[in-house]
Design a protein around this ligand. Structure first.
Ligand code: KIV
Length: 271
């Protein structure tokens, strides 16, 4: 009897994601660990190891304090746990803004040490030179414009962008600048719907929306937010799960059973 050789699973590539502009919508979620990433991997086109992990996993107030080694550690875990989705790792604040050379050194470190397929960095026109420098040297870059959390201190918090129509040309200019510089996709975060629509219609690369309406080529959410682990998720999050309640119910049942002696039972004992 002959057995059919199983087809090797291939990861989605940067050009495949870029080619989805205006076509099949791009599905994405964040993930920070191997076990959640393995589930997300079955359904998402790309997985972002976002620096939001500083707030979600490590209790930080903003993403500003996230160090490189943390991104690399979580990036490695996600790559290990997945085989299908493109894995994109965030460049943390302070690792790329100073100069294109510095950005290349740190992007190369992230790619070598995590084996991810691309990096993401925040900023529009001001980062265009750096994006061009990186993409010319083999580093695929996803850009991130609109509400850029690493600039939350400058923006005065996590504020929706584009409420004032006078600011639209600035945001559209940012999108154009990163697209022309060579970014293969751009995350558009926290912008009003008509601005998101204009950005998507203007640029030739896929827009990935988060709090930016359905007028984007794809969507991304923070996994823990959509699973119901965040007690106060932002307005743009649709909560699909009830993980906080499930965890609490389970932990409370375990605590009761340990205290009463109902756990462990015969089933959990080695004879
Ligand atoms: O860090 C992150 O999780 C992100 C997403 C919110 C896009 O940048």
């Amino acid at each position: 009897m002959t057995t059919e050789p199983t087809k090797p699973v291939r990861r989605l590539t940067v050009p495949q994601i870029a080619a989805r502009k205006g076509g099949e919508r791009i599905v994405s979620l964040t993930s920070y660990h191997a076990h959640t990433a393995a589930i997300v991997d079955k359904y998402a086109d790309f997985i972002l190891v976002g620096d939001s992990l500083g707030m979600v996993m490590h209790g930080m107030e903003t993403t500003v304090g996230v160090p490189m080694d943390l991104m690399i550690m979580h990036g490695r875990a996600v790559v290990r746990g997945t085989k299908r989705a493109l894995v994109v790792v965030d460049m943390p604040f302070g690792s790329y803004e100073e100069s294109p050379n510095m950005a290349f050194r740190n992007a190369a470190k992230i790619m070598k040490e995590t084996q991810c397929g691309a990096v993401k960095l925040e900023g529009g026109a001001r980062m265009a030179e750096t994006i061009h420098f990186l993409t010319q040297r083999g580093v695929p870059v996803m850009a991130h414009i609109g509400l850029t959390p690493q600039s939350s201190h400058t923006l005065g918090g996590f504020k929706t962008q584009g409420r004032d129509e006078d600011s639209w040309p600035l945001h559209i200019g940012d999108a154009q600048a990163v697209a022309e510089a060579g970014a293969f996709a751009v995350v558009v975060e926290g912008v009003v719907e008509p601005l998101a629509r204009q950005i998507t219609e203007t640029v030739h690369i896929p827009t990935i929306g988060i709090g930016a309406s359905a007028h984007c080529d794809g969507q991304i959410l923070v996994l823990e937010d959509m699973l119901g682990l965040n007690a106060r998720p932002p307005k743009f999050v649709k909560v699909y799960g009830s993980l906080a309640a499930d965890i609490e119910r389970s932990v409370s049942a375990y605590a009761d059973e340990v205290r009463s002696g109902a756990f462990p039972t015969e089933d959990q004992v080695y004879r």
